[in-house]
Design a protein around this ligand. Structure first.
Ligand code: ADP
Length: 255
């Protein structure tokens, strides 16, 4: 892949593990300065220390890349703003945002507590909104920005036990639809990736043979493509098992 990100500053949320880690490593290997965000909590969103993010930063530095760790909880707007301010102070701008942080609180709808719904909406949907909001003005001022949001087939087709997650992931497509249009006034492009990969989130759901084919790194090329200068506008990109395909190009005008 020849795409490069020299001189660009990226934030990848939830980058201590799985997909986010793979995206952060891919960006750094291609020249971006990367904020590796992770609050380091348990999969249900509780607890937290950013050790996982610090470990990924070490990996990037060992490979000759430039990165810093950040422990913001994406469901807390003040913390997200502080992360963007820190990156801007250190490196001058935030040009690329990958909103990837996520948790699961799967339960059949009858058993789902209001708190299970609220927590997942807070992290995925509000958290994604906050990440966009915190970088938006800066991107508009500099007339450049690339944002990739993480959706899921669960948001489009539905998965048992995921009323909370599916609603949040469908909402993320709704957010992308508006930001992609408003961003067009300046050179801000907002797209979504719908990944199928073996991560902490999917390991309990899929058989080992399937997981072996689904490395998180297989998703990264789709994300890097949507972060590049020639990114599409308003696309849902399905990615998995070493290939990626457009699920839906909503519009291409302006590309
Ligand atoms: P996947 O790679 O499929 O997204 P993972 O569970 O491996 O699933 O990775 C998600 C990452 O998001 C985890 O490292 C987790 O700590 C992080 N994360 C979860 N909630 C938050 C949050 N509120 N703020 C920042 N990071 C979070």
């Amino acid at each position: 892949m020849t795409i490069r990100f020299d001189g660009r500053v990226a934030i990848v949320t939830g980058a201590g593990n799985g997909l986010g880690r793979a995206h952060a490593l891919g960006l750094a290997a291609r020249g971006a300065k990367v904020v590796v965000n992770d609050f380091g909590g348990a999969r249900d969103g509780t607890g937290g220390s950013m050790t996982a993010a610090e470990t990924v930063v070490e990996e990037i530095r060992k490979a000759g890349g430039v990165a810093m760790a950040d422990g913001a909880d994406v469901s807390n707007y003040e913390q997200v703003r502080a992360m963007v301010e820190k990156a801007t102070k250190e490196w001058g701008s935030v040009d690329l945002m990958v909103a990837n942080a996520g948790i699961l609180r799967d339960k059949s709808f009858g058993k789902m507590e209001l708190s299970d719904f609220q927590k997942v909406i807070d992290v995925h949907l509000a958290g994604t909104f906050y990440c966009c909001k915190a970088v938006w003005d800066g991107m508009r001022e500099r007339n450049y920005g690339r944002i990739v949001l993480t959706t899921s087939s669960s948001g489009m087709f539905g998965n048992f036990g995921q009323a909370n997650y599916g609603a949040a992931k469908a909402g993320i497509v709704g957010l992308m639809n508006v930001l992609a249009q408003e961003g067009r006034k300046t050179d801000i492009r907002v797209n979504t990736v719908s990944p199928t990969a073996a991560t902490r989130m999917t390991e309990e759901l899929l058989p080992p043979q399937a997981l072996a084919l689904m490395k998180p790194e297989a998703i990264t090329p789709a994300v890097l493509y949507m972060l590049g200068d020639n990114a599409p506008t308003r696309t849902i990109m399905g990615a998995g098992a070493g290939s990626f395909a457009v699920i839906k190009i909503i519009e291409t005008e302006g590309v």
